[in-house]
Write a protein that binds this ligand. Structure first.
Ligand SMILES: Nc1ncnc2c1ncn2[C@@H]1O[C@H](COP(=O)(O)OP(=O)(O)O)[C@@H](O)[C@H]1O
Ligand SMILES: O=C(O)C1=C[C@@H](OP(=O)(O)O)[C@@H](O)[C@H](O)C1
Ligand SMILES: [Mg+2]
Length: 169
């Protein structure tokens, strides 16, 4: 059994997941960090040099690998839910926490960071709108759903830990 954090870019998956791993003692794996490590290049370079399709293959392959392990706290990339087989795999092998945030929070958070190729260059507002529309409904199939807008990370972690079915307490 693993724990998977899903959600759109900037909803706080990586940040909340790290804190949650520290509280539970489960092994933290951020899928983007793991893919970048294995590839020896950053996510934007993978997208620019090899394309999104290549990244999606890496992502699905890694997820498959992780599903055969146990007690992992996995933070996914926002696009992992695009493939139905990825959604099925997570559902079959873990407890799913879905994070969301309002658009202003997402914008503010992603503006403070680089490294998200799907949001780089051009009008940020339109890019977020288009992706949110494309992915509508894909983050809803989860054991817990939390809106992280205007909330402290420690607060969010406490709420997850307090869930009656949370597997790592
Ligand atoms: N609850 C929160 N409140 C304020 N800022 C946050 C919160 N969660 C994450 N952040 C910030 O937002 C940015 C994106 O967070 P990150 O964890 O990388 O999101 P994701 O992995 O979902 O894309 C980071 O700069 C992080 O520090
Ligand atoms: O939503 C997406 O398609 C992506 C989200 C990113 O992860 P975060 O959600 O952690 O930013 C990363 O996997 C890649 O840039 C693609
Ligand atoms: Mg992340």
């Amino acid at each position: 059994m693993n724990i998977y954090l899903i959600g759109f870019m900037g909803t706080g998956k990586t940040t909340v997941g790290m804190a949650l791993a520290a509280r539970t003692g489960w092994t933290f794996i951020d899928m983007d960090q793991e893919i970048a490590r294995r590839e020896g290049r950053a996510i934007p370079d993978i997208f620019a040099q090899s394309g999104e399709a290549y990244f999606r293959e890496m992502e699905s392959d890694l997820l498959k690998e992780l599903t055969s392990l146990d007690r992992l706290l996995v933070t996914t990339g926002g696009g992992v839910v695009l493939r139905p087989e990825n959604r099925d795999l997570m559902k079959q092998t873990g407890f799913i926490v879905s994070l969301s945030a309002d658009k202003e929070s997402i914008k503010r958070r992603v503006s403070n960071q680089t490294g998200r190729p799907l949001l780089s260059g051009g009008e940020l507002d339109q890019k977020i709108d288009r992706l949110l529309e494309e992915r509508k409904g894909l983050y809803e199939d989860a054991d817990i759903q939390i809106d992280t807008s205007a909330r402290d990370v420690s607060d969010i972690v406490d709420e997850i830990l307090a869930h009656p079915l949370f597997p790592a307490r």
